[in-house]
Design a protein around this ligand. Structure first.
Ligand SMILES: *Cc1c(COP(=O)(O)O)cnc(C)c1O
Length: 958
């Protein structure tokens, strides 16, 4: 029947679509928990002492149409230009087949970091392809699966050189004066914190005098110059120095590779391989190393191993280097990196192939050469004879005027100094663009002269990208199907809940995602003048204000491009604060045992010493131990890092006391806010005792995980720390930056802006409450079978819970890992395995999963418990149980031979609903140790996958 009262009312608000459970679902969960209302549950779960009475002062919720309209208006206020500023950021064409089917595809962007390799073979293969691209182009044998950006990648190279160069006594590193300015700024700031002396030197002719453990070259230089670095690299090696080259990836298709020139390390950015400018990020940084250094590589590394059948399978290699295992001894604090962007770059290379890339690079160089020819013909002086894409023009006293005239013509050029302008060509440069630029100089195109401006002694002669993956997918049909084939191998949020504790795998709504590829956001150069970026600056200003309100702090910086970088920025601010007060002796960072590994690794990178604070029996911070440590290190404590709610998934009621103890000892309190999904609208770390926090926008605030990045890790501080927030990488003075771009991964900030605008203050608070409800519902439903390890004083958990399997393991041998792998057969991504406590699973459902999905998970966990009982009773041996055999592949259950004591049907369809919708893992359980012993980090030869067709024929005849 027609309902007149419905006119003009939204059928359903965004909030009701973001939050999974409906009223009936909520009612059911509350009944199970024995609470009459959601607010009663929250009052019982969240300690009175931390509650914020005022709620959130944020704009009211808007509809999806309103929010998209507002974002459209912001994008329109960013002025598009032909971007020829360069400096490590170049316009590029994202092939639409990649944009639509990878960058904008939830099958790719909602995936988690591939720690569960059996359900991640597709994205692991894509990342391995990325590594192969980097290895081939740099001519170095081992490349990692992405770093955060070029400037931080250079810093990682500096740290690697210092770790690896055991003979150098010096603490100095030489930095090419022609390094990108943002690289110099990041390295300077971060090197100071760890006592490395940076010497900026003109490396045109020779190395500077004196010792150093390493040298960093930029190729081509920021000035555009292309030099033959081989003699200097050899000279550095003779003097006991390690060498790193920050190399432009596209130029390496035409120029001799760093590995061929003798460098130990190559770093850089893969941005111009199909990833939009995004106002500075997210982009994939890269690093490749010569053999012998692979075990010191920072960040994640994909390797080839085998499954239990001996078939090739991919997984993350050498994980023992990483912060979650090695903590303060880790090679780096990088956790979330740039997986999605690395995958785009890999597929860009696969789509174009070596000939295509060479053609793009040749066109780029050809345009730059044509520009130089035209300028010279008009009497302009070109500073460097040899260049790849960037032409440096001497224009005595006229730089500002020329840059302004170009701006009027719709082109951004780089104002180098009063007398120089630089012009960077890229994949989007056309003959017409060159004509327009020449016109700005009063010049006109001339007939091409000579063979370009690349020096003959550095022309590349070696082959690259010979693997079939770079030749087999060059029609759009082939690429489309390749992307589909890869993503079909994986479990992402588009298929199942991903109940990963500490990771907050919630909905990434389509309306939040759409704006990021609009040209008004995607096409903006990070160093474009502020008047061209008014829309971005307003969006960023809003977001800083809103996040300050949500956290109870005074100021927010959005620059850090991952949680780990937010931690580092916060700790550097604490350092600077103490020093500004003449309190220079404070260098100790107290960190609870249960903390995330990044905390300890970040503290080390901030130049601090880590002192561990113990955990009491109830999982909380041990106050006695804290007091003992504060007394023992009186006058030396710089900070305590605590996670709230704790990584045990519990609201510690006495957090205010902990903060007071630290403050009374003269220390600052760092509240790790990655778990803010349990706090938004209910409590504010800035109000209950924190001085600084980082947040993970890729957890609580809906930026998707991308299979291991991108992320944004804003750092929020109270007023006294505000002067020490990360500075602009292009500023001459002030605090050092922690990212190459002032606003870090600005291109994905519209996602969080949209989420906050769509939800409004009540919606955000409701999301938190529903997340707590769902976690408690799971905890209560499972605790009889899997004891919940830690609970708060009222018997409730926060937004996640730890299921303790250690007793089960002791009794039956079945491990938490077995359960994680068997969940794959049930169609689930595993919870967090063995963090923060070994032998446990940490489950975080988030507010976005509805009751049906939560119950499906409970059914799976109950079914698995029955299986454990059958092992316990001796009905199945552990080895011959579906738990240890998991996951089961289609190939295995349809094999001619089947000797296991349970049926094929039970192996694959342990619950009936799977018969309608079944995920088949492409490989059986993977042997990680085998891969670490036989390290292989590039695409395997196709023969590795050859299937003996004779075998199949034989089976057919059985
Ligand atoms: C995820 C997480 C981090 C690290 O964040 P990244 O973005 O991966 O660097 C730090 N602390 C906690 C508690 C986390 O859950």
């Amino acid at each position: 029947m027609f309902d007149r009262t419905a006119i003009g009312k939204a059928h359903s608000s965004f909030r009701d679509r973001h939050i999974g459970p409906d009223d009936a679902g909520r009612r059911h969960m509350l009944d199970v928990l024995g609470y009459s209302s959601l607010d009663d549950l929250i009052d019982a779960a969240v300690p009175e002492q931390i509650r914020c009475p005022g709620g959130l002062q944020l704009p009211a919720a808007r509809s999806e149409q309103q929010v998209l309209g507002a974002l459209r208006a912001l994008a329109d206020r960013n002025q598009s230009r032909i971007q020829m500023i360069g400096l490590g950021y170049h316009d590029t064409i994202t092939p639409p087949v990649l944009r639509r089917n990878m960058l904008e595809s939830p099958a790719w962007y909602t995936a988690y970091t591939p720690y569960q390799p059996e359900i991640s073979q597709g994205r692991l293969e894509a990342l391995l392809t990325f590594q192969t691209v980097i290895e081939d182009l740099t001519a170095l044998p081992v490349a990692g699966a992405s770093l955060l950006d070029e400037a931080t990648a250079v810093m990682e190279a500096v740290l690697l050189m210092r770790r690896a160069n055991k003979t150098a006594k010096s603490n100095r590193v030489v930095l090419d004066a022609d390094c990108l300015p943002q690289t110099v700024a990041v390295v300077r700031g971060r090197a100071e914190a760890v006592g490395i002396e940076v010497v900026l030197a003109d490396l045109t002719d020779a190395l500077p005098d004196g010792d150093a453990f390493g040298v960093v070259f930029q190729a081509p230089g920021a000035s555009g110059v292309v030099r033959n670095l081989a003699p200097l690299i050899a000279a550095a090696r003779d003097r006991g120095m390690f060498t790193a080259v920050a190399a432009d990836l596209l130029s390496l298709t035409l120029l001799t590779a760093p590995g061929e020139q003798g460098a130990d390390i190559a770093v850089g950015s893969a941005q111009r391989f199909g990833v939009p400018l995004f106002f500075g990020g997210p982009h994939a940084g890269y690093m490749a190393v010569r053999s012998g250094l692979e075990r010191m590589l920072p960040g994640r590394l994909v390797g080839v191993s085998v499954d239990v059948d001996g078939k090739p399978a991919y997984r993350l290699a050498l994980q023992t280097r990483e912060q979650h295992i090695r903590r303060d001894k880790a090679t780096s604090n990088i956790c979330t990196a740039q997986a999605l962007l690395a995958n785009v770059a890999a597929m860009y290379a696969a789509y174009h192939g070596p000939e295509g890339l060479r053609a793009i690079a040749s066109a780029v160089h050809g345009h730059a050469a044509a520009l130089a020819d035209g300028l010279r013909a008009a009497g302009r002086e070109i500073v460097h004879e040899h260049f790849f894409d960037t032409v440096l023009v001497r224009v005595p006293g006229a730089a500002a005027q020329i840059v302004a005239a170009a701006d009027d013509a719709g082109i951004n050029l780089r104002h180098v100094d009063a007398d120089h302008v630089a012009i960077a060509c890229d994949e989007c440069t056309t003959d017409d663009v060159i004509r327009q630029v020449l016109d700005v100089f009063g010049a006109t195109p001339v007939a091409p002269a000579g063979a370009g401006a690349l020096p003959l002694d550095v022309l590349r002669t070696s082959e690259y990208l010979q693997h079939p993956v770079f030749h087999d997918h060059q029609s759009e049909t082939a690429m489309l199907r390749f992307l589909r084939e890869l993503s079909d191998k994986d479990l992402a949020l588009d298929r199942t809940m991903i109940p990963l504790g500490s990771c907050t795998m919630k909905l990434n709504a389509a309306a939040e995602m759409e704006p990021i590829s609009w040209p008004g956001f995607a096409g903006i150069h990070p160093y474009a003048p502020a008047r061209q970026t008014a829309g971005y600056l307003e969006l960023i200003g809003n977001l800083e204000d809103w996040l300050a309100e949500i956290t109870g702090y005074d100021r927010v910086s959005l620059q850090p491009n991952a949680g780990s970088q937010g931690e580092l920025a916060g700790l550097l601010a604490i350092n600077a604060y103490h020093r500004s007060r003449g309190d220079a002796d404070r260098d100790i960072c107290l960190i609870p045992q249960s903390a995330h590994g990044t905390n300890a690794a970040s503290a080390v990178l901030a130049g601090m010493r880590v002192v561990v604070v113990g955990t009491a029996a109830n999982g909380n911070i041990d106050h006695d131990d804290l007091q003992a440590k504060l007394a023992e290190h009186a006058g030396r404590v710089a900070a305590m890092m605590l996670t709230y709610p704790s990584t045990h998934g519990v609201y510690e009621a006495d957090v205010r006391t902990v903060c007071e103890l630290v403050h009374n000892a003269g220390g600052q309190v760092y509240v790790d806010g990655a778990n803010l999904n349990a706090l938004v609208g209910l409590a504010k770390p800035g109000e209950f005792g924190g001085d600084v926090s980082h947040l993970n926008l890729h957890k609580t605030f809906c930026i998707p995980h991308g299979g291991g990045g991108p992320g944004v890790g804003p750092v929020a501080v109270r007023a006294h720390l505000a002067p020490f927030l990360p500075g602009d990488p292009l500023a001459v003075e002030g605090p050092g930056p922690v990212s190459a771009a002032n606003y870090g991964s600005a291109g994905i900030l519209p996602i969080t802006w949209a989420y906050l605008a769509l939800m409004g203050p009540e919606g955000l608070t409701a999301a938190t409450k529903n997340a707590v409800l769902a976690a408690n519902y799971l905890a209560a439903s499972l605790t009889d079978r899997y004891p919940v390890l830690y609970k708060g004083e009222t018997g409730l958990v926060a937004h996640e819970c730890i299921l303790d399997l250690r007793e089960i393991t002791k009794r039956t041998g079945v491990t938490a890992e077995d359960v994680a792998k068997r969940l794959i057969d049930y169609g689930f991504h595993a919870p967090t395995l063995s963090f923060p406590v070994n032998g446990t699973l940490m489950v975080e459902p988030t507010e976005s999963e509805d009751l049906t999905e939560l119950d499906r998970f409970i059914t799976a966990m109950v079914g698995i418990h029955d299986e454990i009982s059958r092992v316990g009773s001796g009905e199945w041996t552990l080895e011959q149980s579906p738990l240890r055999q998991a996951p089961h592949t289609a190939e295995q259950v349809t094999d001619a031979e089947w000797t296991l004591p349970y049926s094929r049907q039970y192996a694959a369809y342990p619950v009936a609903t799977l018969r309608r919708n079944k995920y088949w893992p492409p490989v059986r359980r993977i042997d990680g140790a085998h891969g670490d012993r036989n390290l292989a980090c590039s695409c395997p030869a196709p023969e590795a996958f050859q299937i003996e067709s004779a075998d199949i024929l034989e089976e057919a005849l059985v």
